[in-house]
Design a binder for this molecule. Structure first.
Ligand code: SAM
Length: 275
């Protein structure tokens, strides 16, 4: 890490913002290329000292990067000196209205070494709200990357996996050792790619799908039938009927159903009850 750059500018790491910076130019170049940034508009969340931002600027048409910590202003000015295709926005990305941001961006992709404390909320914001986002290439904790890419019936599979699968394909691209970060975090990381242009499936109502996932995974030890009874205030007979209509066998647990089958169940719930 360019400790010089940071200390010269009086910067102090803030744990509460998930500040674990990268500096290896080969790795940063590889992540930028992994994301397909060449010639594209790229949105970054968490510019930090600007190391990934710079790698993106080198190949992208335009980079817009959010950073919550204003004390990085001078550091970023120095790192990105002379770059004309970059805009740093000093705001909390979680408070940003994605649809008005997307109006300004047009079609874009996301590339980010995410602050770990907001990984899932950031991903869910794109899964639920984005219209123009082609893909997200994200550095996340390895365990989280496995959850995003998990197959139904495995311990890592959950509501987040299925929610992502509705929008596209999730793929683990590369593992990254904790030694690559400053300061060094406790666990290893991985780069994962969520491709909204491959895979994915339609549901009648995204809101109802979200509710269906909440119910299906509400109590992992219970059968789907029992979770449906509790979640939708149904009698056993009604829950059995709903499962029958969706072509789902009795006695299964939600976590064994692939995302598409949960989508089909959601459509039946929507037909029967609306949102
Ligand atoms: N991109 C840099 C790199 O790869 O070295 C920094 C990555 S660091 C893991 C995450 C960055 O996100 C930090 O600089 C942190 O201050 C910033 N950050 C944390 N929460 C944020 C938020 N809600 N909105 C925007 N930036 C945030």
């Amino acid at each position: 890490m360019e400790k010089d750059l940071l200390s010269r500018n009086g910067f102090k790491f803030k744990k509460q913002y998930g500040q674990n910076f990268l500096s290896d130019k080969n790795l940063l170049g590889a992540i930028a290329r992994d994301s397909g940034a060449a010639g594209e508009t790229v949105l970054e969340i968490g510019a930090g000292a600007g190391a990934l931002t710079l790698a993106l600027c080198e190949i992208a048409a335009r980079v817009v990067s959010f950073e919550i910590d204003r004390s990085l202003q001078d550091v970023l000015k120095e790192t990105l000196n002379g770059r004309e295709n970059v805009q740093i926005v000093f705001r909390d990305f979680m408070k940003e209205d994605l649809s008005s941001l997307e109006e300004k961006l047009g079609k874009y992709l996301v590339c980010a070494n995410l602050p770990y404390y907001v990984t899932t909320p950031v991903v869910m914001k794109f899964v639920e709200e984005s219209k123009n986002c082609r893909s997200l290439t994200l550095m996340v904790q390895e365990e989280v990357a496995r959850r995003f890419c998990a197959k139904a019936g495995t311990p890592d599979y959950g509501a987040v996996t299925a929610a992502i699968a509705r929008r596209g394909e999730a793929k683990l691209l590369r593992k990254v050792s904790k030694d690559m970060f400053t300061p060094r975090p406790k666990v290893d990381s991985a780069v994962v790619r969520l491709d909204f242009q491959r895979g994915g499936f339609e549901v009648k109502s995204a809101e109802c799908f979200k509710k269906t996932l909440r119910i299906a995974f509400s109590s992992r030890r219970k059968t789907l039938e029992n979770n449906l009874m509790a979640g939708l205030s149904l009698s056993r007979g009604e829950a059995k009927e709903l499962l029958g209509e969706a072509g789902i066998e009795e006695g299964v647990r939600g976590e064994t159903l692939p995302p598409e089958e949960l989508g089909a169940l959601s459509d039946h719930i929507f037909d029967a009850f609306g949102e």
